[in-house]
Design a protein around this ligand. Structure first.
Ligand code: OGA
Ligand code: ZN
Length: 374
């Protein structure tokens, strides 16, 4: 347990020297804003208003009290704050900013094919224990893929399983969406055609974070599944073809949906690859089927198309793609903004094929995992 050895006051921060020699800077306004009394105990919203003090606020007196807490008497507002040393250490932004970023993502390529059992999980495990639920959430968050086995095959039975995580994300395709071969489909998934590797709904400003394809019947010839970790492909480009990568992260592409059933034309710009504040992979936006007529500057159209072409080829390359066949009771679960998924053509005359699809936002997956891990 680290304790405070020494405190020094500077012009805008307190420097805390810890018993293990670490040093932390704590800005005065930051400290006042994060006083333990600042928050409501139920909503955990900040009730204190930083605008009620000036930007000149500073500790009039400061010390470590007999319980080892940092005690500050403020220059304004007639207030004394008491900070737990463990809280200060855990939330120290000096130390946090020195640490090297570690990605939560475990990137994979075709070698996952020989180890597909490592992403499988039994439905009963998820339903019966929080350990099972955590295992499922970890697969989703770290690997971006999980295949649930032995789920029931009744209509809409996916809800009960997904609700172990949270509510589903609604779209105009309804929940669940019925992946069956129908006449005049408003989405190519609702045909018997092959689907190239794609993500769903890239033409939304915020495409669904996760997708769940629950196999109820798969007795037709064909209709085998494919998946690719597009973060792994992006990483390959970053390391080996930086010029292509740079275009994919910087030039917004255009996606649209204007299917004949809709009284709306949905259109959005987004880069094929987007990054987080730490430079990690955030989102992929890729779909041959719903890419709109691009309108980027004529001087860059050639290189944008070449980059799109190269990315697409790698996203279908044997080196990266895995192939498998869903059986009734399987739920293929994946990060829709990281993995691309596809299927081979099937023959509707040879037998029936029926999947039910669901979406859940990424906030729900990560939020639930954060909660259960503690
Ligand atoms: C979809 C889809 C895959 C399949 O419905 O979005 O990609 O195997 N379906 O039918
Ligand atoms: Zn799809």
């Amino acid at each position: 347990m680290s304790s405070i050895s020494k405190i020094e006051k500077n012009s805008s921060y307190l420097k805390i020297i810890w018993n293990d020699g670490e040093e932390s800077k704590f800005n005065f306004m930051w400290l006042r804003d994060n006083c333990p009394t600042a928050h409501d105990k139920d909503s955990r919203h900040r009730m204190f208003n930083i605008l009620s003090v000036s930007t000149k606020i500073n500790p009039k007196k400061y010390s470590v009290n007999k319980d080892g807490k940092l005690e500050i008497e403020w220059s304004e507002g007639n207030h004394i704050s008491l900070y737990d040393s463990k809280w200060l250490r855990d939330n120290c932004y000096t130390i946090k900013n020195k640490k090297e970023y570690v990605s939560p993502y475990e990137l994979w390529d075709n070698s996952l094919q020989n180890n597909l059992d490592s992403v499988k999980i039994n439905c009963k495990e998820i339903m019966d224990s929080d350990e099972g639920l955590i295992k499922w959430l970890k697969l989703l968050h770290h690997k971006g893929i999980a295949i649930i086995e032995n789920a029931p095959v009744e209509d809409k039975s996916g809800f009960k399983i997904l609700n172990r995580i949270s509510h589903t994300r609604e779209t105009f395709f309804k929940t669940p969406f019925e992946v069956i071969n129908i006449p005049k489909p408003n989405n190519s998934a609702y045909s018997a055609h092959a689907l190239r590797n794609h993500m769903d709904l890239p033409w939304f400003e915020n495409p669904p974070g996760y997708q769940f394809l629950h196999c109820l019947i798969n007795s037709a010839t064909g209709g085998d599944s494919s998946a690719v970790d597009a973060f792994a492909v992006a990483d390959y480009l970053k390391k080996n073809e930086k010029d292509v990568f740079d275009i994919l992260v910087s030039v917004p592409l255009k996606f649209r949906d204007k299917d004949y059933t809709q009284e709306a034309v949905r259109s959005v710009y987004g880069t094929a690859i987007s990054l987080t504040k730490d430079g990690d992979y955030n989102d992929i936006r890729y779909s041959i089927a719903t890419l709109d007529a691009l309108d980027c500057h004529p001087d860059i159209m050639e290189k944008v198309y070449k980059a799109h072409h190269r990315f697409g080829n790698l996203l279908h390359d044997k080196k990266f793609q895995i192939n498998f066949r869903l059986k009734p009771g399987d739920i293929f679960c994946f990060n829709n903004r990281r993995l691309l998924h596809g299927r081979t053509e099937f023959d509707p005359a040879s037998g029936k094929r029926h999947l039910q699809g669901y979406y859940i936002d990424r906030d729900e997956i990560i939020g639930r995992l954060n909660y259960l891990k503690n």
